[in-house]
Design a protein around this ligand. Structure first.
Ligand SMILES: Nc1ncnc2c1ncn2[C@@H]1O[C@H](COP(=O)(O)OP(=O)(O)OP(=O)(O)O)[C@@H](O)[C@H]1O
Length: 431
């Protein structure tokens, strides 16, 4: 066993408190503490005893109290009669127990049980980590084990159907303004996506280079923020100035070219100033960093989610530019891990995650509509996403038609189809 394992075993031995457990057992039979017993039995779970026989006795006492009966030696033995419990009862004299000592003993037994569970979790993490396929997977395993402890529940994922059904009725009848579905700038698309972007789902926007993935993603995030849905944009490709230039052009319907040249005419200047006045404080966070891993994205998003305003929309531009923490993997495997991690993040944080994704160059060859299988580098992307929107520019007589088609090539909760919208790249916007 590794030295980490040996140290953790030692730590586990230290986290034992038989004396405090014995004090609790004694309190069951002592006249002085009788009035405290029901509360104590509620507060300290029987499985928190390291002495399993005392734990069994404690469980028997809980059953007696739950029935509304009084606790006595005889009642305890009638409930559970084993040689070990008889031996423990013999050692307990029924002498008075000081209330302070008793409270301290109860807290210690609960704390030590939690400490032992923490050590057990650390052992599992230490055992699992060297065999994990990737660093991300190891980190995820570790954080799941630790969050199980924080929740202090055996599993936070298991819910009785009746509870789930009650939540579902609540969701079905909630007023529209309480539902966190985030509208897109395009009503026709909202219609196909059951109202827009849904928390917990992942959306891939695929396109060949220059077909408008970044524009589409910024339009989506900004529209959400304008309507009060907090969002974050991870832009690996564009710097902050370029992102803001596009946001301002699209929001103000201003000439993007004038912004990039920093030569605004009065008309465009006025439109931009008005837009900044109205939406300058919208809840949008930009992360402009060229070397981003999916773990970094997850950590940033968790922090943003914890703020009072929370987080509804996560935008990643674009998947193939993300780096995997474990670079020893094949590229296909790395992309699959990234795609899976983003999907998991959507569920974990209950946010809509929108990911731009490159399409294979050969998908352009026949000037055909793009297909799901054109998503570059990994089949995992099409499997993981809930919705795939592939951008396509129709040609009219060999010339750009001025329209872009959003092809819904995957839609887990609705039909497939397409929406054709005006392509206004000169204002960095679609529609
Ligand atoms: N001032 C402008 N007027 C008209 N079109 C423009 C203007 N500026 C940029 N464009 C066009 O906008 C498109 C840029 O779109 P966008 O950056 O969203 O594409 P993308 O799919 O994200 O590309 P990439 O994969 O290269 O990042 C390009 O086709 C570009 O030619």
């Amino acid at each position: 066993m590794s030295s980490v394992g040996v140290e953790l075993d030692r730590a586990e031995e230290l986290a034992e408190g038989p004396n405090d457990e014995f004090i609790l057992g004694t309190a069951l039979l002592s006249m002085t503490s009788r009035h405290l017993v029901p509360d104590l039995l509620k507060a300290v779970p029987a499985q928190d005893f390291i002495d399993t026989h005392l734990g069994e006795m404690w469980g028997a006492a809980q059953a007696i109290i739950n029935r509304g009966d009084a606790i006595s030696r005889r009642a305890l033995l009638a409930e559970r009669d084993t040689p070990a419990i008889r031996a423990r009862l013999q050692q307990m004299s029924g002498e008075p127990v000081e209330v302070n000592k008793l409270r301290h003993a109860a807290t210690t037994v609960i704390d030590l049980a939690k400490t032992r569970r923490l050590i057990q979790a650390l052992k599992r993490i230490a055992e699992h980590t060297p065999h994990a396929e990737t660093y991300s997977e190891a980190l995820q395993f570790a954080s799941e084990r630790l969050s199980e402890l924080a929740e202090a529940k055996p599993s936070k994922d298991a819910h009785a159907f009746a509870d789930v059904l009650a939540n579902w009725w609540e969701w079905l009848s909630a007023p529209t303004d309480q539902i966190r579905t985030v509208g897109t700038p395009w009503a026709e698309l909202d219609d196909m996506l059951a109202g827009g972007l849904h928390p917990g789902r992942s959306y891939v926007v695929g396109g060949r280079p220059g077909e408008g993935k970044s524009i589409a993603l910024l339009n989506l995030a900004v529209n959400a923020a304008e309507h009060g849905h907090p969002g974050v944009i991870f832009s690996v490709e564009m710097g902050e100035v370029e992102v803001v230039s596009r946001i301002m052009a699209a929001g103000a319907h201003a000439e993007y070219r004038q912004i990039t040249k920093r030569q605004l005419d009065d008309h465009n200047h006025m439109k931009i100033a008005e837009y900044a006045d109205t939406y300058g404080a919208m809840p949008l966070t930009l992360v402009d960093r060229s070397d981003i891993t999916v773990d970094y994205i997850a950590a940033q998003c968790r922090t943003l989610k914890r703020r009072p305003e929370g987080l509804d929309v996560i935008v990643v531009d674009y998947l193939q530019l993300l780096r995997e923490s474990d670079s020893r993997q094949s590229r296909e495997r790395q992309v699959a891990n990234i795609s899976r991690a983003l999907k998991v993040l959507a569920r974990e944080l209950d946010c809509a995650v929108i990911i731009a994704c490159q399409l294979n160059r050969n998908s352009a060859a026949a000037d055909r509509k793009p297909l799901l299988s054109d998503l570059r580098e990994s089949g995992a992307i099409e499997q993981d996403c809930d919705v795939a929107i592939l951008l396509h520019h129709e040609l009219a007589n060999g010339q750009p038609s001025g329209e872009v088609t959003l092809c819904i090539a995957k839609n887990r909760t609705g039909k497939l189809g397409s929406v054709t919208l005006p392509w206004r790249a000169y204002q960095a916007r679609i529609g």
